[in-house]
Write a protein that binds this ligand. Structure first.
Ligand code: BV8
Ligand code: ZN
Length: 258
């Protein structure tokens, strides 16, 4: 394993370096790849993807919940514990640092809290949060820490807690497939990309709509769009520049040269 000082310096592509220095409003759109270097599995990377053991429609959907709420609750509770035991990576820290010196809006698909734990403000969690469970009947928010046992395995069934007000089942605070995004979160994300000079798309496969439509909206509004991702994605053709690097390598180098 070569020590970091032996690594060749990361060269920020010049057009991106200039755009980042000149932009007065920046929007950063993040997906599961943003948290990959914190050890949180992504959704679709075959070898490690969260869904390698499960069919996403079985778990991240209202149908999955009504079919087996113990399995769904156990999977989300296990994921929340995984996040709690993880740390923000250098990419999360770089974005938090950038926010101290420029107008940087972060809109994320991620349901983890690693941006916040790095000290960043998140404008919008468009797919909700692992840490904001609520009653599936009356909608009352449940305190995450009161939500009981932590499963040892991802597929361990854990009965969801009951709502103290109405007895309904407490559900994960994530937005499932077929569910509408929280209106305020979506509006904030769309507004951010419509008003940004520079939009970074970091660590997303660009598969899930309507979030995956944001780079096109940014482009039509005149923003420079830059993708930071080791591989091509469904939204690569919406990018003016494609930097084939990772979140924890690219973002710190970009922010360091501002
Ligand atoms: C909705 C929460 C209205 C749960 C998730 C067109 C318009 C509107 C809707 C649709 C449409 N077409 C289809 C739909 C339906 C559906 C959809 O998009 N389906 C897809 C599968 C085709 N959309 C919806 O249902 C949405 N709701 O539209 O409401 C409505 C209402 C009723 C009826 C109709 C419409 C709701 C979608 C929300 C689903 N919930 N998550 C949970 O977390 O469990 S989605 C889930 O996928 C996560 O949020 C995740 O973030 C998201 C997207 O995945 P990515 O983040 O991109 O992660 P992925 O693994 O795919 O990719 C990782 C990337 O990182 C890769 O590119 C990899 O190369 C890269 N990477 C890896 N390592 C690194 C890295 N990059 C940088 N650095 C690294 N180190
Ligand atoms: Zn209730």
């Amino acid at each position: 394993m070569t020590a970091p000082e032996d690594q060749p310096p990361v060269v920020v592509p010049t057009p991106l370096a200039i755009a980042a220095r000149e932009a007065s409003r920046i929007a950063v759109l993040t997906g599961a790849g943003m948290s990959a270097e914190s050890g949180i599995a992504t959704f679709r990377d075959a070898r490690t993807g969260l869904w390698k053991d499960f069919d996403p429609q079985d778990l991240a959907s209202p149908e999955g919940w009504s079919a087996d709420s113990d399995l769904v609750w156990g999977w989300y509770r296990w994921r929340a514990e995984l996040v709690r035991r993880s740390e923000p990576n250098a990419g999360h820290v770089a974005l938090a640092r950038w926010q101290k010196q420029a107008h940087v809006d972060i809109a994320t698909q991620n349901v983890d809290d690693l941006h916040e734990r790095a000290g960043a403000r998140v404008l919008s969690h468009v797919h909700g949060s692992l840490f904001e469970p609520y009653c599936s009947d009356c909608g009352t928010r449940a305190a995450f820490d009161d939500t009981g046992d932590v499963p040892a395995e991802a597929d361990q069934r854990v009965p969801p807690p009951e709502c103290p007000l109405c007895g309904g089942l407490i559900r994960p605070g994530a937005v499932w497939f077929g569910e509408s995004l929280p209106e305020d979160a979506w509006a904030a994300a769309e507004n951010a990309v419509r008003n940004a000079d520079l939009v970074l798309v970091v660590g997303t496969s660009g598969v899930v709509y309507p979030f995956a439509g944001l780079p096109a909206i940014a482009r039509s509004a005149g923003a420079t769009v830059v993708e930071i991702n080791p591989v091509d994605t469904e939204v690569s053709d919406m990018a003016d520049h494609r930097w084939r690097t990772t979140a924890a390598v690219g973002l710190p180098a970009l922010v360091a040269q501002l």
